[in-house]
Design a protein around this ligand. Structure first.
Ligand code: 26V
Length: 835
C-alpha cells in the first residue's frame, strides 16, 4: 500500500495521486508540501514537530522529496524494462555522490516550494541541508566522474543503470593531529540514509572459491564451477533524477550479507562462534572502500569486492531486464557494459562463464557476443596504477574464471601470431598474462582484448594510451581506440554550488543553458560590459565571503578579504605535484624574511589546499605534514604583514568542493605533463570563473585551447620534453645548483625552519626532490615561479582579470558531462534515448 492508502498501479494513470506528483510543482503546492512533510515526520519518523530533532526534520524532508519523485521513478523502471531498447550498464567500483538533498530538490523543481513550506513551519532549509552526511563512496576523480555521468544519463534520458558497491564505510574522514593526517572511519550510514531502498527480494547469490570439473552433457564435454562458499548480494536502489525532465534513473549498489545456507550449516554443527565469524567474513566484502587510488595492493578482499559487485550486476541484468524467452544472441542490441577502469573487468570472464557454462552456448558464439557487450575506459597513465592479479590468488578465488581468461589469452595470442609471426617479444608484451615478477593477469589488457571500444579521458591521454601504454594493441586493433574527454555536471558544480553566478548568467542569456552548456558562449560579449564585470566581481566576492564563513564555522580559520584566492584541491599524489605549490609559498616567504622582497610588494594571497593521502602512502602523508607546518609558520610570521596565508582544511570532500570552487580566483593544475589522465577539478574551476595555472597535461590542454592562451597561465615542460628529459636522465640537483631562489627555498625546508629546528622531519622530501623525484618538480620550478609572477601582475588589473574570468566561463561549456555522455553514445554505446 502506498501512503495514500492505495496500491501503486502497474501504469500510473493521470488519475492516480502519485501520478499527479509535479515535476515542476505549481506555486500553490507549498501547503501540500507542508502536509506531506508533517505526515512524514509523524508517520515515518514517529515524532511530533515540536519534539523532532534536526535530523528527524532532515529525514522527513528527504522522504517528502523522494515521494514527489517516486511516480516518475516507478514509471521509468517499468518503461526501461518494457521497451527492451538498448541500455547502458555503468559498472563502477566508486560513486562519489556528494549530498543528495539539494540535487534532488533541484532536479524535481521543488527547491522553492520546499523552502517556502519549511519557512511556514519556522524551519530553515539551509539548516536541514547541513544534516546530510555525504555518501563518500569514492576516492577522487574516477568516482566523482561516475556520479556526474549518472546525472547526465538521467538528464539526457538514456536508458541506463549504474551498478556499484554500497560500502558501509566510505572514504575515511581526515583529521590532522599536529599537522599529520589521521584517518577516522566514515560511518555515513550510522543514522541511516533516507535516499536508499533496500531490495532484499532481488538479492543474488555470489559464489567464490572451490574448483572446476568437466562433465559429459549428452555427449558434449563441458566445464563447470563447483564453488566453495557464497554470499548474498543485497541491492539498494537510489534515485537518480534527471534535471527537471520527469526522468528518474537508478543507481543500484550491492551490500554483502552472509547466506543462510552458509551459516546454518555451521550453526548446525554447533559451532556458534565459528558461524558468527563466518558471517563477519562474508559481510566484510562490502565493509570498506579501499582508500588507495593509484597503487593497487593486490589484496584478496579487493578482488572479492570487484567480483561480488559485477557478478551481482550481470545476473541482475540477465534475470530482471530481459523479456521472457529472450534470444541471447541479441544481447549486443540490448546492453553495453561500460567498465569504469579495470576494477570491474572480472565481469568479462563472468559473462563468458554464464553464456558458455550456464546457457550452454558455443565458445565462439559467446565470445562474439561478449566482444560487443563491453567497453573499457582507462583513467590513468601511471604504470603502477594498472591492476594486475596474481594468478594463484585469482585461481584460488575464481578458478573457472582463470581458465576462461587463459583461453581468451590463448586465442588472442594465436591471432597475434597469425598477424606478426613468431615475434616472441611482441607476444610476451601483449600477453594478458604477465610472467614477472609473479605470474599475473593484466586487467587492462583483458579489458582491451574484450572491449568493443577502449577510450581515454582527454585528447592527450587517449593519444598517449595509443602511442605508449597500449601501443601494441593500437597496432593490432586500431578501430577500437577512441577518446571521450571527461566532463562535469553543471547542475551540481554550477547551479547548486554557485547559485549567484547561475542567476547572473540567466539574467544575461536567459535560461536553458544548464542542459545546453555550449550556450555559455553567449556570455562572451558581456566580458566587454563593465556593468556585467562589476556584477561578476560581486558574485566572486560574495562566494569568497560565504567560503570564509564555512571555514570559520567548520575549522575555525580566519581568512582575510581582498586576497587572491589560490586553490589546489585534489588527492595528494607526487605526480600532481603539491610540492611545487609548497615551493612557491616557501619562496615567497623566504624572499620576505630574507629581506630581498619588501612585504608591501607581495600580492596578498590565500593559498587553500585540500587533499587526502592514501593511508599507506608515506611520502604523500609527509607532504601533508609539510604543508601544515609551512602554514603554521607563514601564517603567524608578522614580517609577512598578513599578505600570505596558507589554509589546509581537513577532510576535503564534495561538500567542501562545492564551497571552495566558486570562490577561487586561481586554479592549480600543475601535474607533470603526461601524468594526469584528464583532471575534472580543472573543468569545475574554469566553469566557475577561476583562471588556471597549469601544465600542458590532461584536459588542461583542451581548456587552454578553448579559453585562449591569454586567459590561461601555462608553464612547464610539454609531454615530449618530459619524455626526452627522462630518456637523457633527469638530474634534479643541477636545477638546485643553478637557481638561487630554488636553493634558498629548499635549504629553508632542510634547515628545520618548519619543524622547530628538527632537520630530519622533512629530509626525505628534500632528498627525494634532489636525487630521485620521478615527477621532476625542480625541472619545472623556474617556469612555475615565472608563471606565478604573471598571475600577480594580471591580478593587479582587476578589470582585465574579471574579463578573463568571464571568458573562462563563456568558453568552457564543452566540459559539461552531458557532452561527454553524448560522445559515449555516438562513439561507443549507440543507445538512442528513450522517447
Ligand atoms: C585506482 C585504484 C587502484 C587499486 C586500488 C583502488 C583504486 C581506486 C581507484 C583507482 C583509480 C585511479 C585512477 C583515477 O582516479 N584516475 C583519475 O580519473 C579521473 C576521471 O577520469 C581523471 O580525471 C584523473 O586525471 C585520473 O587521475
Amino acid at each position: 500500500m502506498s501512503r495514500y492508502g492505495r496500491d501503486v498501479p502497474e501504469n500510473t494513470s493521470a488519475t492516480h495521486p502519485l501520478a499527479l506528483a509535479p515535476v515542476t510543482a505549481p506555486e500553490s503546492s507549498a501547503d501540500a508540501f507542508v502536509a506531506d512533510f508533517l505526515h512524514s515526520l509523524n508517520f515515518d519518523r514517529g515524532v511530533a514537530l515540536s519534539a523532532s530533532s534536526a535530523n528527524d526534520r532532515y529525514f522527513a524532508l528527504a522522504h517528502t522529496v523522494r515521494d514527489y519523485l517516486m511516480a516518475r521513478w516507478l514509471e521509468d523502471l517499468r518503461r526501461q524494462k518494457q521497451s527492451q531498447s538498448k541500455g547502458v550498464c555503468y559498472l563502477s567500483a566508486e560513486y562519489l555522490l556528494g549530498r543528495q538533498l539539494d540535487n534532488n530538490l533541484l532536479a524535481g523543481g521543488l527547491a522553492d516550494i520546499a523552502e517556502e513550506a519549511l519557512a511556514s513551519c519556522g524551519i530553515s532549509l539551509d539548516d536541514l541541508r547541513q544534516h546530510e552526511v555525504e555518501p563518500g563512496l569514492g576516492n577522487g576523480g574516477l568516482g566523482r566522474l561516475a556520479a556526474c555521468f549518472i546525472d547526465s544519463l538521467a538528464t539526457l534520458g538514456v536508458p541506463s543503470i549504474g551498478y556499484g558497491i554500497r560500502y558501509e564505510y566510505g572514504i575515511f574522514r581526515q583529521t590532522f593531529v599536529e599537522g599529520q593526517q589521521v584517518e577516522q572511519p566514515d560511518s555515513w550510514l550510522s543514522l541511516g540514509s533516507p535516499w536508499e531502498f533496500a531490495r532484499p527480494e532481488d538479492a543474488q547469490t555470489i559464489a567464490f572459491g572451490g574448483r572446476t570439473e568437466t562433465y559429459d552433457d549428452e555427449g558434449v564435454t563441458r566445464s563447470r564451477w563447483v564453488p566453495g562458499w557464497n554470499v548474498q548480494a543485497v541491492p539498494y536502489n537510489y534515485m537518480v533524477p534527471g534535471f527537471q525532465n520527469g526522468r528518474v534513473n537508478t543507481l543500484r549498489l550491492w551490500s554483502a550479507v552472509a547466506t543462510n545456507a552458509f551459516d546454518l550449516r555451521i550453526f548446525n554443527s554447533g559451532d556458534y562462534e565459528e558461524a558468527v565469524r563466518a558471517q563477519t567474513f562474508a559481510e566484510n566484502i562490502s565493509k570498506v572502500l579501499y582508500p588507495e587510488d593509484s597503487t593497487p595492493q593486490g589484496k584478496e578482499l579487493r578482488l572479492q569486492q570487484q567480483y561480488f559487485f559485477v557478478a551481482a550486476s550481470i545476473h541482475d541484468f540477465l534475470d530482471n531486464m530481459l523479456a521472457e524467452g529472450f534470444d541471447l544472441s541479441a544481447l549486443p542490441d540490448r546492453v553495453i557494459f561500460q567498465l569504469n577502469d579495470t576494477h570491474p573487468v572480472i565481469a568479462v570472464p563472468e559473462f563468458m562463464r554464464v553464456l558458455v557454462d550456464e546457457k550452454k552456448m558455443e565458445w565462439d558464439a559467446a565470445w562474439a557476443i561478449t566482444r560487443q557487450c563491453f567497453a573499457y575506459t582507462c583513467h590513468t597513465l601511471l604504470p603502477e596504477a594498472l591492476e594486475v592479479w596474481p594468478v594463484d590468488l585469482l585461481g584460488r578465488l575464481l578458478p573457472r574464471h582463470l581458465e576462461i581468461i587463459y583461453r581468451i589469452n590463448e586465442e588472442f595470442l594465436d591471432a597475434v601470431r597469425a598477424r606478426y609471426g613468431d615475434d616472441e617479444m611482441r607476444i610476451r608484451n601483449m600477453s594478458i598474462i604477465a610472467e614477472h615478477p609473479v605470474r599475473s593477469v593484466r586487467m587492462a589488457y583483458l579489458a582491451t582484448v574484450a572491449g568493443a571500444r577502449v577510450n581515454g579521458v582527454a585528447e592527450l591521454h587517449s593519444q598517449l594510451l595509443r602511442d605508449k601504454v597500449l601501443g601494441d594493441f593500437d597496432d593490432f586493433f586500431p578501430e577500437k581506440f577512441t577518446n571521450v574527454t571527461n566532463g562535469v555536471t553543471p547542475r551540481r558544480f554550477l547551479r547548486l554550488a554557485n547559485p549567484e553566478l547561475s542567476g547572473l548568467i540567466t539574467e544575461a542569456i536567459g535560461d536553458g543553458w544548464l542542459t545546453d552548456l555550449e550556450r555559455l558562449r553567449e556570455l562572451e560579449p558581456f566580458a566587454e560590459d563593465s556593468g556585467f564585470r562589476a556584477a561578476f566581481g560581486e558574485v566572486k566576492a560574495a562566494n569568497k565571503r560565504r567560503l570564509h564563513e564555512v571555514l570559520r564555522a567548520r575549522d575555525g580559520f580566519e581568512v582575510s578579504d581582498g586576497h587572491l584566492l589560490d586553490v589546489m584541491v585534489k588527492r595528494l599524489h607526487e605526480y600532481k605535484r603539491q610540492m611545487l605549490k609548497v615551493l612557491h609559498v616557501v619562496s615567497t616567504y623566504e624572499g620576505v624574511v630574507s629581506g630581498r622582497v619588501p612585504a608591501a610588494e607581495v600580492q596578498p594571497r590565500t593559498v587553500i589546499f585540500g587533499a587526502k593521502a592514501a593511508p599507506g602512502y608515506t611520502m604523500a602523508k609527509r607532504i601533508i605534514h609539510l604543508i601544515n607546518a609551512v602554514g603554521s609558520v607563514v601564517n603567524s610570521d608578522p614580517r609577512l604583514d598578513g599578505r600570505l596565508t596558507v589554509i589546509f582544511p581537513p577532510n576535503y570532500d564534495v561538500t567542501l568542493a562545492e564551497r571552495v570552487i566558486p570562490a577561487a580566483d586561481l586554479s592549480e593544475q600543475i601535474s607533470l605533463a603526461g601524468k594526469e589522465a584528464s583532471g575534472t577539478g580543472n573543468m569545475k574551476f574554469a566553469l566557475n570563473g577561476a583562471l588556471t595555472i597549469g601544465t600542458d597535461d590532461g584536459a588542461n590542454v583542451e581548456i587552454r585551447e578553448l579559453v585562449g592562451d591569454e586567459n590561461f597561465f601555462l608553464f612547464g615542460m610539454s609531454e615530449p620534453e618530459v619524455s626526452e628529459s627522462a630518456a637523457r636522465g633527469y638530474r634534479p640537483s643541477e636545477f638546485y645548483q643553478e637557481d638561487a631562489g630554488l636553493r634558498a627555498a629548499i635549504d629553508l625546508i632542510a634547515s628545520g625552519a618548519f619543524s622547530r629546528g628538527d632537520r630530519s622531519v622533512f629530509e626525505p622530501i628534500v632528498s627525494n626532490l634532489l636525487y630521485e623525484d620521478r615527477f621532476m618538480v625542480l625541472a619545472d620550478y623556474a617556469s612555475y615561479i615565472a608563471a606565478q609572477e604573471r598571475v600577480d601582475d594580471a591580478y593587479a588589473d582587476q578589470e582585465a582579470w574579471t574579463r578573463s574570468a568571464i571568458l573562462n566561463v563563456a568558453r568552457t561549456g564543452f566540459f559539461s558531462s552531458d557532452r561527454s555522455i553524448r560522445d559515449y553514445i555516438d562513439r561507443i554505446w549507440h543507445t538512442p534515448p528513450l522517447a
